[in-house]
Design a protein around this ligand. Structure first.
Ligand code: SAH
Ligand code: DHB
Ligand code: MG
Length: 228
């Protein structure tokens, strides 16, 4: 085993741990949330703790009171978002898999955010249509992190449910550089590229994307501000 990328991954992981220990609040609820995810057999694909903290900081930076998340899993990112909106704020989070939702609900109770988080079980596209029908928008910050093949539709929905000043964050837009594969027939990569094209072409958005390495390997996220 002399793959240099192994060394890099270990180093990226160690630096993420160092940042987590040095910079982030020592709240045991986050480690407990990941332990419950693992115990429930959920995949280890929650955002890293430093990225969770960035979501929290972004929520507070834009003064978000109403947050929408597409893709809950065990609720790790949801809890970072919920801690940011505080009492009186809300996070609506959309999840398809009832097993994930059950683990997430336990985590929300443990974190004491069950009164802030509103988990909607079902296909996100159905929940989004319902949210619009009920006039529940606009949201102040929207985090897109569910099935990558549907990302273009999620970005269009994010725009529909936004207002000038809304921040849209899209996870996993690099995928170890596979985002460059123009003629990929992987529906996830087609979806990610389609979403980025919408973000770049939409005149109401100021958009960028940042590559990351860390405990989740080589990936990245996009951030877009709705301006009009
Ligand atoms: N945001 C989470 C990780 C989400 S992983 C965190 O960082 O902590 C992606 C989640 O999206 C999975 O739980 C998966 O079940 C869910 N998902 C996949 N397809 C979906 C769909 N069509 N509608 C709603 N949720 C979906
Ligand atoms: C993976 C990572 C994610 O953050 C996600 O939302 C979905 C999948 C992954 O590494 O497979
Ligand atoms: Mg993700």
């Amino acid at each position: 085993m002399n793959d240099p990328s192994d060394t890099n991954e270990t180093l990226w992981n160690d630096v993420d741990s160092y940042f987590t220990d040095t910079l982030l609040p020592h709240d045991p609820v986050f480690a407990e949330t990941l332990r419950a995810a693992e115990a429930g057999g959920l995949p280890p694909i929650s955002v890293s703790a430093p990225l969770g903290m960035l979501l929290h900081v972004l929520v507070r930076t834009v003064g978000a009171r109403r947050v929408l998340e597409i893709g809950t899993l065990a609720g790790f990112s949801t809890i970072w978002l919920a801690r940011g909106v505080g009492e009186g704020g809300s996070v609506v989070t959309l999840e398809l898999d009832p097993r994930h939702a059950e683990v997430a609900r336990g985590n929300f109770e443990r974190a004491g955010v069950q009164g802030i988080v509103d988990l909607r079980l079902g296909r996100a596209l159905d929940s989004l249509a319902e949210i619009e029908k009920n006039g529940e928008g606009p949201f102040d910050l929207i985090f897109v992190d569910a099935d990558k093949n549907t990302y273009p539709e999620y970005v269009r929905w994010a725009l529909r449910l936004s207002r000038p000043g809304t921040l849209i964050v899209v996870d996993n837009v690099v995928r170890e550089g596979r985002v460059l594969e123009e003629s990929s027939d992987d529906p996830n990569m087609v979806g990610i590229r389609g979403a980025l094209e919408i973000l770049g072409a939409e005149p109401r958005l100021l958009a960028t994307a940042i590559q990351t390495v860390g405990s989740k390997g080589y990936d990245g996220f996009a951030v877009a501000l709705v301006t009009a």
